[in-house]
Design a protein around this ligand. Structure first.
Ligand code: AGP
Length: 623
């Protein structure tokens, strides 16, 4: 989720910036800081050359560099804030990236899925890389195309046809002052339409200070902007149209993509978070590859136990993954709260794989548990959303989620991305250890690739849930029941309601109800029940329907999450919330979404700050 800014202006024109391109780019990057980033940079075209300044860390570091070594005056500039995916947050990995001549500069948001093959091809041709990024591959490909065509637009089109994955690209060329070329596939790009100046941005926040007239680019389109013209073509070269719109949002709303909160925006970012986490995980033959893991195949084959360590929502992701990994790999999986694991004498050995799940990578409880595990001789794999953070740095290997920066304190898109990454790990182990044939792995991967669309379907049908949440704004206690993979979903649903709406909420394993918690049920008690697919393991569904009857018989108000077509739940449900059909093991990725939206909407109805709930921090960096 990098931040992208582009500016071209006619000197002295009404819309042109007084401070020149670098100042406009820097100001745009400041408006994109909310997106979270770990490095930043700017490139300008001036006097027949491209000049670049870039630094790891916050914008202040870039400003310090610009003060010491200013960019030349220019009216063509591109700026970038990077959220590291391929390669840590370093000066060298910061964008913009240039080709070997230094005469074309590129910035990028997204993931080039086939960058490894392209990198190898370029190396073969003698290219020497200066960074670990997928973006630098694009810079060299553009440079090579420019030698052939001399035209930046044509060069961009030709390069885009070779790229796979999700990308927004901006490029400038020393021989083309006053021109920026952009391209997008599966990643946003908008044009800001000014007078004597035009802008580009990953979202309107980049240029809303200068113009509210915008043009949204469509899939597989290339745009060429000059101070007085905007021209759009498809990757195939045919003329194309973007979607013209007027930006009604104020600057604050622009940062949230028009949503009322980062929490709401990030819930709706979940399809993209899952899709991006799945990107680049298979080789040309379709076999799963997790080459960033850096634990040898021999060591992974020898693993005889997996221990997941995490806190809060991340721990619930681990609990969901337990069911899948044990089923696919036949390896025992324990899920431990990191702060508990830290203080006991766990039975681990060099054949234990400890999986540390963390969005921030800075949770002190989990850091201390990682250190404890390594002291006990275990191999540690981090599943993390923040490249270069402490937990992956102190682990033996890392598997990164690509959910993008999660701004809201309560975790949503990171949760789904963590489950997705855990499933990739489980499938990889099953493939490596021979528990699953390649076609079986491919089948599950195909189902996973359908999940973003299914989550989108769930999100598009939740007005019922929002109405219920507003109606229940005064409720003081809600119970959540689930069985099998539905149990950690129930726990996560309860946690969301606690941390967003400050309501007593408790998640239970549905089978545990009769062992005590059912005493809590009194007439009118709201109870959410996460129902497994009736097409799954037969006992699961019928048992949970019995649990619904048990609480309904005692006057509970039952709100049931069930797959489309499951009619058996209807006689016992006051409310049925439908999710698309999917396999039992993948259903948590869908079933949790209504619970996230319920908690967010109820908290909003109570007038609470859903992005920064009381008493909470985004990353708990103390034990
Ligand atoms: C999630 O909504 C909470 N904010 C919290 O439980 C969080 O998941 C936990 O603190 C772990 O954080 P981490 O993933 O950054 O390690």
């Amino acid at each position: 989720m990098c931040g992208i800014v582009g500016y071209v202006g006619r000197p002295g024109a009404p819309g042109a910036a007084a401070g020149g391109g670098a100042a406009v780019a820097l100001e745009g990057l400041r408006r994109l800081e909310y997106r979270g980033y770990d490095s930043a940079g700017i490139a300008v075209v001036s006097e027949g050359a491209v000049a670049v300044r870039k630094r790891a860390g916050k914008l202040a570091n870039l400003v310090e560099l610009l003060d010491a070594d200013p960019l030349p005056a220019a009216h063509t500039a591109i700026g970038h804030t990077r959220w590291a995916t391929h390669g840590g947050p370093t000066d060298a990995n910061a964008h913009p990236h240039v080709d070997g001549t230094g005469r074309v500069a590129v910035i990028h948001n997204g993931i080039v899925e086939n960058f490894a093959a392209l990198r190898a091809e370029l190396r073969e041709s003698g290219v020497e890389f200066t960074s670990e990024t997928d973006t630098e591959v694009v810079a060299h490909l553009l440079g090579a195309q420019l030698e052939r065509t001399g035209d930046l637009t044509e060069a961009m089109r030709a390069v885009c046809l070779r790229l796979e994955g999700a990308f927004t690209l901006l490029a400038v060329h020393a021989d083309a002052p006053g021109v920026i070329v952009g391209a997008r596939r599966n990643s946003p790009l908008v044009v800001g339409l000014g007078e004597g100046a035009n802008y580009l941005g990953s979202d309107v926040a980049a240029f809303i200070a200068h113009t509210r007239e915008a043009l949204e680019l469509g899939q597989d389109q290339v745009v060429t902007i000059t101070p007085d013209a905007v021209d759009v073509v498809g990757f195939d070269g045919a003329p194309a149209q973007g979607r013209r719109f007027h930006v009604d949002w104020d600057a604050s709303a622009a940062e949230k993509g028009g949503f009322p909160s980062f929490m709401a925006k990030e819930i709706h970012d979940q399809p993209q978070a899952i899709a991006d986490t799945l990107l680049g995980r298979t080789d040309a033959g379709g076999r799963l590859q997790l080459d960033e893991m850096k634990i040898s195949e021999a060591e992974l084959r020898a693993v005889d136990k997996i221990v997941v360590i995490a806190c809060g929502t991340a721990a619930y992701a681990g609990q969901v993954a337990k069911y899948a990994i044990e089923h696919w790999c036949r390896i025992p999986v324990e899920v431990e709260l990191a702060h508990e694991f830290r203080y006991r004498d766990p039975v681990v050995s060099e054949r234990t794989l400890v999986v540390a799940i963390s969005q921030s990578g800075e949770t002190m409880d989990t850091i201390m548990a990682v250190r404890h595990a390594r002291e006990q001789g275990a191999k540690v794999l981090a599943i993390c959303n923040t490249n270069g953070s402490t937990i992956p740095r102190e682990s033996d290997a890392a598997l990164y989620t690509h959910a993008g920066p999660e701004i809201a304190v309560a975790s949503t898109k990171a949760f789904l991305a963590q489950i997705t990454a855990c499933y990739l790990l489980g499938l990889y182990l099953a493939q490596l250890r021979g528990n699953k044939f390649a076609d079986e792995v491919a089948d599950v991967l195909a189902q996973l690739h359908e999940v973003p669309g299914q989550v989108r379907q769930v999100l598009d049908g939740l007005e019922q849930v929002r109405e219920i949440a507003r109606y229940m704004a005064d409720t003081r206690s809600v119970l959540f029941l689930g069985r099998h993979v539905g149990y950690p979903v129930a726990m996560e649903g309860a946690l969301k309601l606690k941390e967003l709406a400050y309501i007593h909420a408790e998640g239970f394993a549905a089978g545990e109800l009769k062992h005590g918690p059912i005493a809590l049920v009194e007439p009118g008690q709201p109870v959410f029940v996460v129902v497994p697919s009736p097409r799954g393991r037969d006992s699961l569904h019928s048992k949970v329907v019995s649990n619904i009857q048990e609480v309904r018989a005692r006057g509970a108000r039952t709100l049931v999450i069930a797959e489309q077509g499951d009619t058996e739940v209807e006689p016992y449900a006051d409310v049925v919330i439908r999710i698309p059909r999917t396999s039992t093991l993948l259903s948590p990725l869908l079933a949790v979404v209504p619970l996230q939206v319920f908690a967010c909407e109820l908290a909003t109805a109570k007038g609470l700050d859903v992005d920064q709930p009381r008493n909470l921090a985004k990353s708990v960096t103390v034990e």
